[in-house]
Design a protein around this ligand. Structure first.
Ligand code: COS
Length: 382
């Protein structure tokens, strides 16, 4: 459901102010501490950020995909680790449930996810199932009214704080591909579920990823999402949506970097004049701006298409591919424009350069997006 124009503007303006006044001043501290302060997380809850995508009947803001993208553009203007605090609740952690859950499952969990009381994680990736996500080996074996889960998941965002996991597990061991996989919502407190210490990462300090292990975890069959054997398709449709959201965040980070470059180039003097007056600097700014505008347009067009009820597997993959590669180039040019200062921690540019690197990898690598785009294009005949 879409907001009226005034409410939409108020929301975007509120997020813009929160990012500029509250989050940006904390960027260096969050990177240093590898943690987002609890009081800031409380303010994110008050702003409704955990429930951006969740229907109003469950206490969320019920944004359309286009509106979510507009908010994500604003959220991108600071360290991506802040968005990650509620990112799984808005996207991959909640959307399997929102799209495929029963009324009872949704009524039990979505209000607590929308409020931020329960953090969610999406547990698809395994040591031997990264890009080849249909190869999951985690087993879910039927036992009366339950399934018994055994196996391990890898690099699961927000698992350390998650109260609810969406888990893809193999219910049919005779099928090696996606058709043998089912999806479950799995509460954190079930016996046998454990979460490792967070990994040390290249960037996005303050956002955490963990291994999750299932050791004879007894999950009631009523926690299954959709039919047995449909879990892979659940995961793919969750990712179609997630990829659009990530693409929008990439646009936001690019816009932030471009603004930083423009400000620095106006102030930094060499050869007796601001470096902004040099055409080789202008060329880098022009290329970054052109590419970020193109990505913004692609994201919004794809989001509107999704809002109209059309499947956007191709468009989401194209937006994720283009926007994540684009922000990589923009961050690289930003380091170049800042010169030595771009390589020094104090200016924050090298931090964003490291932060954006993961966008080309998670929720599907650029190479997987190329594969999806090519397959869909050939299916559509052009
Ligand atoms: N929406 C709905 N159904 C989909 C779908 C989508 N986006 N993508 C695939 N499917 C369906 C297919 O239609 C097919 O159904 P049928 O068996 O009924 O024909 C089934 O799922 C299997 O699809 P496919 O044959 O394309 O699966 P593959 O194993 O060849 O590969 C890729 C699929 C590689 C695209 C998939 O594994 C992928 O996206 N990998 C990357 C995973 C990822 O993003 N990981 C990040 C982890 S989360 S941070």
């Amino acid at each position: 459901m879409a907001l009226d124009l005034e409410t939409r503007e108020q929301l975007i303006e509120g997020v813009r102010r929160f990012v500029a006044e509250r989050l940006r001043p904390l960027e260096a501290q969050v990177a240093e501490d590898d943690a987002v302060p609890e009081d800031v997380i409380g303010e994110m809850r008050d702003l409704g950020l955990f429930g951006l995508s969740i229907d109003e009947e469950y206490g969320g803001l019920g944004l359309s995909m286009e509106e979510e993208a507009l908010v994500a553009f604003e959220l991108g203007r600071t360290s991506p680790a802040f968005r990650s605090v509620f990112g799984t609740n808005v996207g991959i952690g909640s959307q399997g449930l929102a799209m495929f859950g029963t009324d009872a499952q949704k009524a039990e969990w979505l209000p607590r996810i929308a409020s931020g009381e329960v953090i969610t994680s999406f547990a698809l990736t395994e040591p031997e199932a990264g890009s080849d996500s249909a190869a999951v080996q985690t087993r879910a074996t039927r036992d009366g009214d339950d399934y018994i889960l055994n196996g391990g998941k890898r690099y699961i965002t927000n698992a350390g704080k998650a109260g609810l996991f969406t888990v893809m597990a193999r219910t049919n061991p005779d099928s090696k591909g996606g058709s043998g996989v089912s999806a479950f919502i799995v509460p954190r407190d079930l016996p046998g579920l454990s979460v490792s210490k967070p990994e040390k990462k290249m960037g996005q300090q303050g956002a955490h990823i963990h291994d999750v292990t299932f050791d004879n975890v007894r999950v009631p069959a009523k926690m299954r999402l959709g039919e047995e054997g449909e879990g892979f398709k659940v995961a793919m449709q969750v990712l179609d949506r997630g990829r659009l959201h990530i693409a929008a965040v990439c646009v936001g980070v690019a816009e932030r970097l471009i603004a930083d470059c423009v400000a620095y180039a106006a102030e930094r003097k060499q050869f007796g004049q601001p470096i902004a007056s040099f055409q080789l600097i202008q060329a880098m700014i022009a290329d970054s701006k052109t590419e970020s505008l193109a990505a913004r347009a692609l994201v919004l067009e794809s989001a509107r298409k999704r809002d109209s009820g059309v499947a956007v597997t191709l468009e989401a993959a194209a937006a994720k591919l283009f926007a994540s590669e684009m922000v990589g180039r923009v961050a690289d040019r930003a380091v170049q424009i800042f010169g030595g200062a771009g390589y020094v921690a104090d200016y924050g540019i090298e931090r964003l350069y490291r932060d954006v690197r993961i966008f080309r990898i998670y929720e599907g690598t650029s190479q997987i997006q190329q594969l999806v785009i090519a397959r869909e294009t050939m299916k559509r005949g052009g």
